[in-house]
Design a protein around this ligand. Structure first.
Ligand SMILES: Cc1ncc(COP(=O)(O)O)c(C=O)c1O
Length: 389
């Protein structure tokens, strides 16, 4: 069964993904099953798109109901679900972010932020951070730091520079009269689960205000409860001017949005757009997602479970662990060895997890995960490391 799926998919896929030899065919909550019926605890969490877990009944019901009503409706028309979602987003977002451009992915949300920053300031330069990740399209890639993602596609979009994360003096020096925006993450996810220093984050906001520069906080990975608050900005009282979100915002359906604050100013008609952006199907799923976040108190669940997970991981006595770090259920274990063989070993033991760079084991479980499953994850990591060390 699995081999048939692998053979068929391999014959026609683009080839850009280093795939694991598993065919995942079903999910429920924080559990996944492969085509052979083997069960796994999911700490990949759809790479951050499955904060609500798999097959959440509220999302299944919202999608099926809306699918029978209206799936697609371009934004040249108004739509009931979209109107409700825009209002709900404005209500849930950090202060001032009362408008949104709806799109279909994180990279698109970042692209929109870059374009709106250039439009709103009449300036072109964007300062981003080393180890920052913002997506793979040409604009978002120009803000992404990792050379191996950038190099093959040069020349990239001009006007981007990078400063060391958490280095306020370097940021201060990098902002000039032509800087449209500073673009950063509150926690760098892909960059190795690195936490922003509050003094840096708030200092960046202050510098932006002083220099007529806009602050873009990329919450594509940190948003939707992941770090123990609905948006990670809330931990520091950050009020960005532009905030790209995506991943879990529609319960796993593809959707992104760029939230827009008052300092961006008015946005001209026809200047940007997206065929699928704001489609009623994704809007219905996104509305249901916000409701589940509240009903099940998922941000605070992530805060508690994340603290518990980090504490348990820190109690593992292994010479292979350099550091455990994270915020909420965005957790990284920096190893003194390459992470890939460890990930393979965990998979064989029934736990699926992610890398973040070459040596960091990243755990992004659905926020609905049971504490007993997290216990099993920690025990499994402990056994796997012991068999290595
Ligand atoms: C912080 C951040 N921004 C942007 C993106 C790009 O999102 P997408 O893969 O949906 O284009 C990601 C993806 O991992 C991300 O982590």
């Amino acid at each position: 069964m699995t081999q048939d799926i692998i053979t068929l998919e391999s014959a026609h896929t683009s080839g850009v993904y280093p795939k694991r030899p598993l065919a995942i065919v079903r999910g429920k909550g924080a559990r996944l099953w492969d085509a052979e019926g083997n069960e796994y605890i999911d700490c990949v969490g759809g790479q951050g798109a499955a904060n609500l877990g798999h097959a959440h009944p509220a999302i299944v019901s919202a999608i099926s109901q809306q699918a029978g009503q209206l799936i697609t409706c371009p934004e040249i028309f108004y739509n009931d679900r979209r109107a409700e979602l825009l209002a709900a987003l404005a209500n849930a977002a950090p202060a001032g972010l009362s408008r949104a451009f709806l799109c279909n992915s994180g990279a698109e949300a970042v692209e929109a932020a870059i374009k709106f920053a250039r439009l709103g300031t009449g300036r072109s330069h964007i300062v981003a951070c080393m180890r920052g990740f913002h997506g793979r399209t040409m604009g978002a890639l120009s803000a992404t730091w990792e050379p191996k993602y950038r190099k093959p596609f040069e020349p990239l979009v001009p006007g981007f520079s990078h400063v060391p994360y958490n280095d306020l003096a370097a940021l201060d020096a990098a902002i000039t009269d032509s800087t449209a925006a500073v673009l950063l993450e509150v926690v760098q996810g892909e960059g190795g689960v690195r936490l922003g220093d509050p003094a840096f984050l708030l200092g960046a906001q202050r510098l932006c205000r002083e220099r007529g520069t806009l602050l873009i906080v990329d919450e594509v990975q940190t948003g939707y409860g992941r770090t123990g608050a609905l948006f990670a900005c809330e931990h520091h009282g950050l009020e960005p001017d532009l905030m790209p979100i995506a991943k879990s915002m529609a319960g796993g359906l593809p959707m992104g949005a760029c939230l827009i604050g008052p300092r961006v100013g008015p946005i001209e008609k026809m200047i940007h757009g997206s065929t699928f952006g704001g489609n009623p199907l994704a809007c219905a799923a996104a509305l249901a997602t916000l409701q589940v976040m509240v009903d099940e108190n998922l941000p605070s669940r992530a805060a508690h479970l994340g603290a518990f997970l980090q504490e348990r991981l820190r109690s593992i006595r292994s010479p292979l662990i350099r550091e455990v770090r994270g915020l909420g259920l965005l957790v990284g274990v920096e190893l003194k060895t390459k992470v890939t063989p460890i990930l393979q070993g965990l998979q064989a033991r029934g736990v699926l997890a992610l890398p973040a760079g070459a040596t960091v084991l990243r755990l992004l479980p659905p926020l609905v995960i049971e504490p007993s499953d997290l216990e099993r994850v920690v025990d499994t990591i402990e056994s796997e490391l012991a068999s290595f060390g």
